[in-house]
Design a binder for this molecule. Structure first.
Ligand code: NAP
Ligand code: GDP
Length: 339
């Protein structure tokens, strides 16, 4: 495994060059490598999942603005990857999505088209892009599965993001049909973990609540949970998602996407999620639900039965343990955490 490209880590510097160094048969470019999911993949690699024939390159927006076609092409010219894990995106929680539907649509459509087309032009063997369970139709039957992506309009709160993500699935099919490309996608549920975006206005619910609990504790105030607390979510720890991403890279050979999620029985309400954070941070103050704020989509319960057919024994980190690790990381890294 390799660190971020900006620092030109040793593994990158010696690729295919060093005496006695086995040639690396896979050069894996990770767009969005500086974000929540990218950092988790990098860490899992450092923790022992890396293989000697793989070279990993983690990109951030400082390396190339992927909304720009020329910069994207130049990045592919420079690194000539054999594989791409495409994570880069404009990302945010419910409240950021509601404010910037147009920006979510335009930025993500540009990024995705630039990355997929550059990958095609450079003959990349395999691309794995990242969708999300929030892109499924709002009016649906449950559990949601991989066949339902295009069955109806997404929830109105994040239609810009959702339609942009759905178009990746359309493009993957088209590259496969027209050119035989192996471009696929994964569909994670709500992700959380170390290196998340803990910004209260922009981020997702768990990092937002962790940050708010930290401040409420520090300042002796109440914790404000937005909305009724009744909506339900399946959360996936970024480390578990990272391990699954590496499996998809090495083993998954379908163009059709795969949902990466804990089981339906692991779904929790926002109230229960807030209680987990309160327990993990030993917060003793009052918890208030601000029902003037939006609840967003009530639920998007997803089936992981396709994943379970491939990986019946995969063990997800228990939610309370993953929340505790994330809270501890945030407190220990308060000064440097993204917020
Ligand atoms: P994140 O922490 O916000 O990271 C976003 C990454 O994208 C960063 O590395 C960022 O680079 C990069 N990026 C953004 N705009 C870019 C641009 N114009 N050019 C180049 N790079 C750009 O996001 P994440 O939570 O890791 O999400 C990773 C993927 O998972 C995304 O595709 C997202 O849609 C998907 N996903 C996320 C969740 C979730 O709950 N977080 C759930 C389902 C799916 P900088 O660090 O330089 O800004
Ligand atoms: P979603 O899963 O895509 O809807 O996005 P979020 O991760 O932002 O979760 C939104 C849900 O969490 C809604 O039901 C919100 O009302 C609720 N929520 C409660 N407190 C917060 C908070 O501090 N930040 C965010 N983003 N959502 C919150």
């Amino acid at each position: 495994m390799c660190a971020a490209v900006s620092s030109l880590c040793p593994v990158f510097a010696i690729v295919g060059m060093a005496e006695g160094e086995a040639a690396k048969s896979k050069r894996i470019l990770v767009t969005g490598g500086s974000g929540l999911v990218g950092k988790a993949i990098e860490q899992v690699g450092k923790d022992g999942e890396g293989r000697p024939d793989e070279e990993w390159i983690f990109l951030s927006s400082k390396d190339a603005d992927l909304t720009n076609a020329a910069e994207t092409r130049a990045m592919f010219d420079r690194f000539r990857p054999t594989h791409v894990i495409h994570l880069a995106a404009m990302v945010g929680g419910l409240f950021r999505n509601m404010k910037y539907n147009l920006d979510f649509w335009r930025k993500n459509v540009h990024i995705n088209d630039n990355v997929l087309h550059s990958a095609h032009e450079h003959g990349v063997t395999k691309v794995i892009s990242c969708l999300s369970t929030c892109i499924f139709p709002d009016k649906t039957t449950y559990p949601i599965d991989e066949t339902m992506i295009h069955n109806g309009p997404p929830h109105s709160s994040n239609f810009g993001y959702s339609y942009a993500k759905r178009m990746i699935d359309v493009q993957n099919r088209a590259y496969s049909e027209q050119y035989g490309r192996m471009f696929t996608a994964v569909i994670p549920t709500n992700v959380f973990g170390m290196h998340d975006n803990f910004n209260i206005e922009d981020g997702h619910v768990l990092p937002g609540l962790i940050h708010k609990t930290y401040l409420a504790q520090r300042d002796g105030r109440s914790l404000m949970v937005w909305g009724s607390g009744k909506p339900r979510r399946q959360f996936i720890f970024s480390r578990d998602l990272a391990r699954l991403f590496i499996w998809v890279l090495r083993e998954y050979e379908e163009i059709e996407p795969i949902i990466l999620s804990v089981g339906e029985e692991e779904e929790v309400s926002i109230k229960e999620a807030a209680e987990s954070i309160v327990a993990a941070m030993n917060f003793k103050g009052e918890v208030i639900f601000d029902t003037s704020k939006s609840d967003g989509q009530y639920k998007k319960t997803a089936s992981n039965s396709k994943l379970r057919k491939y990986l019946p024994d995969f063990k997800f980190t228990p939610f309370s343990q993953a929340v505790k690790e994330t809270c501890d990381w945030f407190v220990a890294n308060y000064d440097v955490a993204r917020k």
